[in-house]
Ligand binder design. Sequence first.
Ligand SMILES: [Zn+2]
Ligand SMILES: [Zn+2]
Length: 346
Amino acid sequence: MTKEMRAAVYLGPEKIEIRSVPIPEPKTGELLVKVRAATTCGTDVKTYLRGHPKFPPPFIFGHEFGGEVVQIGAGVSGFREGMRVTANVFAECGECFYCIRRQGNLCENLIYNFGALGEYMILPASIVRRTTFEIPLHIPYAHAALLEPLVAVVHGWHKLAIQPGERVAIIGAGGPIGLMHLQLALHSGAGQVISIDRNPMRLEVARDLGATSVLNAREVDTVTEVRKLTEGYGADVVIECAGQEQTWEVSMEIVRRGGRVLWFGGLTAGTKVGVDAGRVHYGEIDLLNMHGGTAKDARAAFDLIVSGAVKTRPLLTGELPLEKVELALQRMIAGQAVKMVIHPDS
Ligand SMILES: [Zn+2]
Ligand SMILES: [Zn+2]
């Protein structure tokens, strides 16, 4: 008889049920992992509210995790039972048009990894080969779970190539993504990091992590304040992490001539954003875009967690058991948490 496990199964918008489902068997190249900690993220919130564009329900929710290898599929090397691991949410194929051009994040055959909110989960073969990492003992499972969002942040960080002394403004700075960008900007030697958000609790976290100025967009005019803080020029680098049309437009107004804007926060396909062509062209503003990250970014992100260059603890602002996963998501939606930790094995 197959053994069963508990899992948070997504059934459709705002509907998650804790169910008993069979524990999957690892096939060739796969690993079966006992999930020791999972974390909730912005993508989970979007999926919870609206569904996932690529995956129809039902499926086991969650994708950020740290866990322990309990069973190894045929042909897997480099892993052993009991090994502590984390993995990115996807891996590239390594062979398609984009992968050959070292743009694996745009891979035509990306393999995804869902199911972190179950007692056990399968890691698909290409993820095991390319984006699964052994967690050293000094890193708690929940901290390693932050690998996936950091992979995307690192991808954007590589594109921005922030130089020592540069002034960086981050919009949507108090969310997990903004707080990671903040830390990497400081790591690059940014002279000033202006964190902009609408949530005072999250802005406090940004201040604790080293933001030189925090601006509450509900209380002040962001454009005026950023100009004041930059002698009227605007920031060298603007990172938009809020994913709103309005903040995409604000990002264009607070960047200096000759500066760079990274639109990290995605908008729904079909959305039109107003851009002043004169300002972009004659002002030589570089507009950078991105989605996800490559296997190489994943390795770099993992190393940043292990070395402590990116602090993960301040991003984890609550803990709940598997049964309370919907409450965890509600707390995220209400802006009462940066990230919540769930322990499916408790
Ligand atoms: Zn995530
Ligand atoms: Zn590919």
